[in-house]
Design a protein around this ligand. Sequence first.
Ligand code: DMJ
Length: 915
Amino acid sequence: MSEAGGGRGSASPVPQRAPWNLVAAAAALCLVAATSVCTAGAAPMSREEKQRLGNQVLEMFDHAYGNYMEHAYPADELMPLTCRGRVRGQEPSRGDVDDALGKFSLTLIDSLDTLVVLNKTKEFEDAVRKVLRDVNLDNDVVVSVFETNIRVLGGLLGGHSLAIMLKDKGEYMQWYNDELLQMAKQLGYKLLPAFNTTSGLPYPRINLKFGIRKPEARTGTETDTCTACAGTLILEFAALSRFTGATVFEEYARKALDFLWEKRQRSSNLVGVTINIHTGDWVRKDSGVGAGIDSYYEYLLKAYVLLGDDSFLERFNTHYDAIMRYISQPPLLLDVHIHKPMLNARTWMDALLAFFPGLQVLKGDIRPAIETHEMLYQVIKKHNFLPEAFTTDFRVHWAQHPLRPEFAESTYFLYKATGDPYYLEVGKTLIENLNKYARVPCGFAAMKDVRTGSHEDRMDSFFLAEMFKYLYLLFADKEDIIFDIEDYIFTTEAHLLPLWLSTTNQSIAKKNTTSEYTELDDSNFDWTCPNTQILFPNDPLYAQSIREPLKNVVDKSCPRGIIRVREESFRSGAKPPLRARDFMATNPEHLEILKKMGAASSIDAEDGLRFMQEMIELSSQQQKEQQLPPRAVQIVSHPFFGRVVLTAGPAQFGPDLSKHKETRGFVASSKPYNGCSELTNPEAVMGKIALIQRGQCMFAEKARNIQNAGAIGGIVIDDNEGSSSDTAPLFQMAGDGKDTDDIKIPMLFLFSKEGSIILDAIREYEEVEVLLSDKAKDRDPEMENEEQPSSENDSQSQGAEQVMSVPQAVDLVDHESPEESALNSDTEPLSPADTDDAASVSPSEQTSDPAENHETTSVNGECTDLDNRLQEQSETEEDSTPNVSWGKKVQPIDSILADWNEDIEAFEMMEKDEL
Ligand code: DMJ
């Protein structure tokens, strides 16, 4: 207690420091401009509309937080589909994701300062009391050091920061005596053993009760950690030190940062994604600004802002220069190799990088921030949410979306910097999409698949910590917030730390680092211009003029159209290098280029290596594209009204749901439930969608039995209790190896957990109507107006197969006939004796949506011949079974790969040697 509070709010005014002002100068310039000139372009939003949207955010927060408190607390997180708490160890493990859960009421702690930002002071007071009363930080649970730091330590410190602010104001929290800070300190000491490595980089995981390496700890054998995991501690740890006077926390976090800085790749000034915590060797040498590295960069700049230590700014600037040189390929941000930074390491981007435009605003480099943000916004407009990963030609690479807040964060900062009402409209779209697609009766559910609109039973705590803060602040005027937000800095989890900490308990000497680093003068950043210094030269349309050329970048993109072509090629006037996806074995020019690769110049060799990497990716992508994409079961009756969408596995037989064949109807369980013999309750399933249990016989046999009983569709529910698409890969139900053309009704598969959501609904509401489709239908008012059916007749007439008018994407994948597909699948063809439990299935999860291919290869004036040919072909084949795929256009990849294995090995050796 004695260490706490030295210099905290009550005693300290809130000094504005020079360093912060310097960093913020650019943004401040924009803010001035915002109020004076940035009014043209998008129409200004009225105060009433902003208030309406702000109130909507408040209502949404109440829905999320209220359901968590009512149905999940004291569990760590809410499971919004099954409306209960997620407790570590009680649900099937989701792998690393679960390391955030420590049986410490994570969502409550992560929500603390959001309550104050949203002006819910009374609720904040209640929440703090609950944390103090209920939360135990001494559980025998292995947690992620990174997640526990940003969510729990950050949450406690953010709560403490605002508690003392409120106490100072004299109305609320008068009883508060730094109890949250004491908890934070207790947690800080629990995390410290993780730093017991020679490098000073922390172990990635720690047991809250037993620490590291003791036999009971069940952790401490790890050798690697991610760069962000080791480099995202300084804000919370320094704040803890400065709040309490215990310097040890800041010292440890600084040491880890110093080590990472030492280990940067010296010629590129980039860092890899994962590092060995004992040797300091880079384990993964790819480098970007998204997953695995993101908040390392964020914390360098923000540490400078909070602590005023020039060394952090110098490091940040050095890295930023490298990022803009190699990774930034406007509007894209693409991972490269740290040793060969001109070589792209991936052809896709991840959703976490969406925070980067916000960081660029803080740095004052607005132009690329506007560009990347605009590109991301177009991806969102296409898919409603940002998929976890998407390719450079904007196809979905990983279709999940766990309600991440990064894009809202960048939108907020761009609005602050430009004052452009366009960003308010962007925020409005985010709100609408959340309500339309993610809102479920018991909270907000993550998207399992942005393409189908299906849900996952998960609402991560960061959704409450970050999303609602940024959205609320976007629409709030100064008077809508009860304190001055400019006096605080946002951590990576959007927790608020007061800037006055910079002058408090500064016992850790600032580094005088100027001789240690290459000093970078302004000319190093010249090429990133126009920066804020010339951002608004009396031109209120500036931001709009940057966005304008990118307006169609997603819809009209040619696969390689906007990928950076190496500068050398530009300079020499040489042709751009051959990309794997363009390669045609029948093209003599291509064959000639291929021959030259790896043989002559180093540039050719680089092209060759990249070509090979792309071929490997393309090959695995093609394999995936042979699979059918997942489907959706949407509950459309009262009280769900289409708000709950379940991820379903497709069948390799029956009508193709993507071809205008959605089927809607009430559900009924078949008797026998396994559907393996003639149904004894045909009157119950007639005109309905029959529920059947998996097992005992072939999927096709079940389909025939329910079809004979008059069912219009079927849902097979897994008999393996507890299975879920959260944890098990989806698959497609194979046919029986025979002709299945006689099966005319659609069949979908649900894992047991998803299936039980329907079964529970039947128990509760009796009449449950669902829609079987490739993609959730919009939850429009029409759906809500459809009252519960009043009679059996109603249900039957509604149950008849309908052709919906939802716009359908065209499938470019060469779908085999069911027989071919069954025979050609990776698994053994079924023998008649096989049951559906046998390996009669093939993975379909995370397949690239064939529809995506069609959409993103659309032609604009700049597309090449290959694109044009593909487009022509797709146009003529729209409604027939298309037989075009990338796979049909290229030479068998295996044969090419074989020739190049040696080069790949040589490349790997070369990388090793350089380390
Ligand atoms: C948050 O927990 C933090 O922002 C973290 O740095 C990475 N992203 C998640 C939310 O997406």
